[in-house]
Design a protein around this ligand. Sequence first.
Ligand code: GDP
Ligand code: IMO
Ligand code: MG
Length: 424
Amino acid sequence: MNKADVLLGLQWGDEGKGKVVDVLTPSYDMICRFQGGPNAGHTLEFNGIKHVLNTIPSGIFHKHCTNVIGNGVVIDPVILKREIDALIKMGVDIKKQLLVSKRAHLILPTHRLLDAASEASKGKEKIGSTLKGIGPTYMDKTGRNGLRVGDILSTNFKEKYNSLVEKHKQLLAFHNFEYNLGELEPAWFQAIDELKQLTLIDSEYYINQALKAGKKVLAEGAQGSMLDIDFGTYPFVTSSNTMTAGCCTGLGISPRSVGNVIGIFKAYCTRVGSGPFPTELNDETGETMRKIGNEYGSTTGRARRCGWLDLPALKYAIMINGVSELTMMKADVMDDFDTIKVCTHYLINGEKTEMLPFDVINADITPVYKEIKGWKQNITAATNLPEELLSYISFIEENTGVPISIVSVGPDRKQTIVLKKQVA
Ligand code: GDP
Ligand code: IMO
Ligand code: MG
């Protein structure tokens, strides 16, 4: 029986997961999303085309590859339909290449309204949610009220829908939130009709049988470990387990079926939305990173907060995920920097520590930095990396104990340097 490899983000999301999944897909038969929903925006670039995927796995542009939306994902049918329409125009055979789990939960229009109402009620304490209805949908899932993709095939689907919407209306009234549901429902039901036309499957059987038959499977994470519902900077997190363990519950594979764990991180750090970010730079250097790295959200267009690489947070993510190899993204964004700083420790109440505190949102954290000499050259077309970058890489490898197998030097598929042979 084959094992499924996992690829996930180790920071606060937007590390470049979409790009790397696309680069690695030639080595896999199946790419499976296991959590999150359209809060994700995964960007792929090839042949001068830039494409952003929200719900659909990033292997979709490779004809040989089957793409599965797993049971752990939450689906907004309207957004999925939009994604599908764009892919059909590009010649993708959706019926054949995309499979959707019947157990995946549906995002209703009222979930989106509830997300907005909840954020509005929090005022300046707001999470900075993407307002896609993610939190309320996962709440209904764990509250055992949710609607699943398989439900759309049942004759009483409309009744189930109405009964859940009634509950939501009461909550919206509690929030004193104004809305016009009638404007949202026609498009949603039209998208549900389209969803019925897709290949809906019992994905846990499908994936386990594929592994048994010797197929190569890659599980694609969304968001990042620091946004994990259990181990992220709670409450400024998303509502799913973004970590390796999430691929077991989100696909229905056992922990013994997990193989290589590929952890992705940027050569620096970004975060979009509210919440703690110890190495954040609220100065010109942060602004330069944002400008050079084009750090604006793929889904929401919001400016991303920027800062230096945070090794204590990275090591924490490596620990909880069992990362076996690392991929460093966006190294080219550091091309013009004379020196690059890396946070090696935190100072909390005068004490030096490498541990993330439980109360990270209230802790007074001062990062302790090591300075690394910059390479001061354009590496976007490089095939060999400059000495200074290689020593930055070695420094991270020594500190984390995990090899860096890929370095990304630009957004295009081709701007990828493989340092060590992939396990896949
Ligand atoms: P994801 O959510 O992890 O898939 O990442 P996003 O797509 O949200 O954000 C990553 C952004 O960086 C996208 O705009 C990518 O096109 C871009 N990108 C990916 N890798 C590189 C790289 O090595 N260098 C540069 N300059 N941009 C990159
Ligand atoms: P990808 O997969 C970056 C952030 C939001 C907010 C918090 C909660 O592209 O890396 P939610 O809508 O999930 O309730 O928002 O999580 N967030 C992301 N940040 N990349 C993402 O996905 C994100 N998905 C959610 O900004 O702070
Ligand atoms: Mg993204």
